[in-house]
Design a protein around this ligand. Structure first.
Ligand code: TRP
Length: 453
C-alpha cells in the first residue's frame, strides 16, 4: 500500500503491548460468563468439542487474517476495507463489512455493559457479605430479585458505560497496557484458587464429565451454530475489533505467533471457568442450563462456603469487571475510529456519541429481564434475540467476509509479506485454512442451521 496514513492511534509500544491489549479484548465476560452458561444450555461435551474445533480451524486463521488486514489498511474497518479493496482491484462494496462490524460492536457493547454491570453490583454484594453461608436457594433469590429491578440494572449499566467512555475518551494508551498486565495474572491466580475449591466439591467429576464427555446426541444443529458464534465472540473476531487493534501494530511483529498465543490464553480461561462452574452446579443440584444467571447463581456459593471467601469474592468480581472493561473498550473502538477519521470528530466527542448510542440500546437488554420479559419472538426474549443476531449471525458473516477477502481477493504476495512467516509452509497452511477450510466451515454451519443440509 503506497498511501499508508499514519494511524490516528499511534502504535503499540511493543509486541507485549499488543498481546496485552488483544488479550484484554479477547478475555472477558465471554469466557467467564457466557461460555459456561451456553455450554450448560447446549448439553456439555459435544458443544465444547465443536467450540474448540471452531477456535482452531476458523478462529485462529481469521484472527491472523483480520489483524493482518488491519495492519495493511491502517484505519477504521470501513476505510481499511476500502483501502484493501482498491489495492486488490475489487469492488468498494467490501466497505460494508466494516459497517457490519461497527454496528455489531455497538449492539454487543449494549448488552455487554449491562452484564458487566451485574458483575459490578456483585462486587458490592460480595463486599457487604451477602454470600456468607448462603445456600443455593438464597443465591438464586438474590439474583432473581436483582434482575427484576430495572432501576438497579440501569444504574450499574450506566456506571459501566461511563467508565468505558472515560477510558476510551482518553485513548488507548499506557493505562490499558498497565491494567491488563496486572489483570491477567490476577484473574489467572483467582481462577486457580477457585479451581482448587471446585476440586474439593462432591460434584467435581460430574462437572468434568459434563464438560468433556462428548455425546453428540445432546447437541442440536443450532447448538453447532452457537458454538461457532462463541468462537468468534470469545476471540473478539469478525467485527473489526482485531482489525483496528491490528492497525496499531508495528511492522516487525509476527502476527501469526501472537494470534496463536492470544487464542490459547483465551481458550484456557474459558475452559477453566467451565471446570470451576460445573462442579458447583452439580454439587448443589443446580440446573446447568440456568441461562445468563449461571455464574451469578454458582460462584457466590463457592465464595460463601470457602475460607477467605469474602475477600476472594470481592477480588474476583472486581477483576471480572476489569476484564469486561478491557473488552468493552475494544468493542467500541471501530465506531470511534470511524467517527474520528471520517467525521472529523475529536476523540472525546466520538467516544461520547458512540457510548451514548450503545447505552440507549442497552435498555432493551435491561427490560428484557423484567418489564419486557414476556416479549418473545421464536421463543426468545429480546436479549436472547440480540445476542443471537450479533454473535451467531453478524460475527460469523463478518468472519466469512474476512476469510473470503483475504483468501481469494488479496494478493497472496501481499498477505505473505504482511505476515512475514518464517517458513513458506506456515504461510501455505494459513492460506489453505483461510481460503478453503474457514469459509466452507462457516458456510456449512449456516446451511445446516437453515435446514438446507
Ligand atoms: N471477546 C470478549 C469476551 O469474550 C468480548 C469482545 C471483545 C468481543 N471484542 C469483541 C465480542 C468483538 C465480539 C466481537 O468477553
Amino acid at each position: 500500500m503506497t498511501n499508508i496514513k499514519k494511524s490516528i492511534h499511534g502504535e503499540w509500544s511493543s509486541r507485549t503491548a499488543f498481546i496485552l491489549a488483544a488479550t484484554g479484548s479477547a478475555v472477558g465476560l465471554g469466557n467467564i460468563w457466557k461460555f459456561p452458561y451456553i455450554t450448560g444450555e447446549n448439553g456439555g461435551g459435544a458443544f465444547v468439542l465443536v467450540y474448540l474445533l471452531c477456535v482452531a480451524l476458523i478462529g485462529i486463521p481469521i484472527f491472523i487474517a483480520e489483524s493482518m488486514m488491519g495492519r495493511r489498511g491502517r484505519e477504521n474497518p470501513v476505510n481499511t476495507m476500502l483501502n484493501l479493496s482498491t489495492e486488490a482491484n475489487t469492488t468498494p462494496q467490501w466497505q460494508y463489512v466494516g459497517w457490519l462490524g461497527i454496528i455489531a460492536g455497538l449492539l454487543i457493547l449494549s448488552y455487554y455493559s449491562v452484564i458487566a454491570g451485574w458483575a459490578s453490583a456483585y462486587v458490592v454484594k460480595a463486599f457487604v457479605g451477602d454470600f456468607i453461608n448462603t445456600d443455593a436457594a438464597q443465591v438464586q433469590q438474590l439474583f432473581d430479585q436483582f434482575i427484576k429491578s430495572p432501576l438497579q440494572l440501569i444504574f450499574w449499566h450506566s456506571v459501566m458505560m461511563l467508565t468505558t467512555l472515560i477510558i476510551v475518551a482518553r485513548g488507548v494508551g499506557e493505562g490499558l497496557e498497565k491494567s491488563v498486565r496486572f489483570l491477567m495474572p490476577s484473574l489467572f491466580a483467582l481462577l486457580i484458587l477457585l479451581l482448587m475449591y471446585a476440586m474439593t466439591t462432591k460434584g467435581y467429576f460430574q462437572g468434568l464429565h459434563f464438560l468433556f464427555n462428548v455425546d453428540f446426541s445432546k447437541l442440536t444443529g443450532k447448538g453447532v451454530l452457537i458454538a461457532m458464534g462463541q468462537a468468534f465472540f470469545s476471540l473478539g473476531l469478525g467485527m473489526g475489533c482485531v482489525m483496528v487493534y491490528g492497525a496499531y501494530l508495528p511492522k516487525d511483529i509476527s502476527i501469526a505467533k501472537t494470534s496463536i498465543i492470544i487464542a490459547a490464553v483465551d481458550t484456557v480461561v474459558a475452559l477453566l471457568a467451565g471446570i470451576i462452574i460445573f462442579p458447583i452446579v452439580f454439587s448443589n443440584n443446580l440446573n446447568p442450563s440456568a441461562g445468563p444467571g449461571l455464574i451469578f447463581e454458582t460462584l457466590p456459593l463457592a465464595f460463601g462456603n470457602m475460607t477467605g471467601g469474602w475477600l476472594f469474592g470481592v477480588l474476583f468480581f472486581i477483576i471480572l469487571v476489569f476484564a469486561a472493561l478491557s473488552s468493552a473498550i475494544a468493542l467500541i473502538e471501530p465506531a470511534i475510529a470511524w467517527l474520528i477519521e471520517n467525521r472529523n470528530l475529536s476523540r472525546k466527542l466520538a467516544s461520547l456519541y458512540a457510548c451514548t448510542a450503545s447505552w440507549g440500546l442497552g435498555l432493551i437488554t435491561i427490560f428484557s429481564f423484567n418489564v419486557w420479559s414476556d416479549i418473545k419472538l421464536f421463543g426468545q426474549n429480546l436479549f436472547e434475540l440480540l445476542d443471537f443476531l450479533t454473535s451467531n449471525i453478524m460475527l460469523p458473516l463478518g468472519g466469512l467476509a474476512i476469510a473470503v477477502f483475504s483468501g481469494w481477493l488479496m494478493n497472496a504476495q501481499h498477505s505473505q509479506q504482511e505476515l512475514n512467516l518464517v517458513s513458506d509452509n506456515h504461510f501455505k497452511i494459513w492460506h489453505f485454512l483461510i481460503k478453503y477450510i474457514a469459509p466452507i466451515a462457516v458456510f456449512l454451519v449456516f446451511l445446516q442451521v437453515m435446514g438446507i443440509i
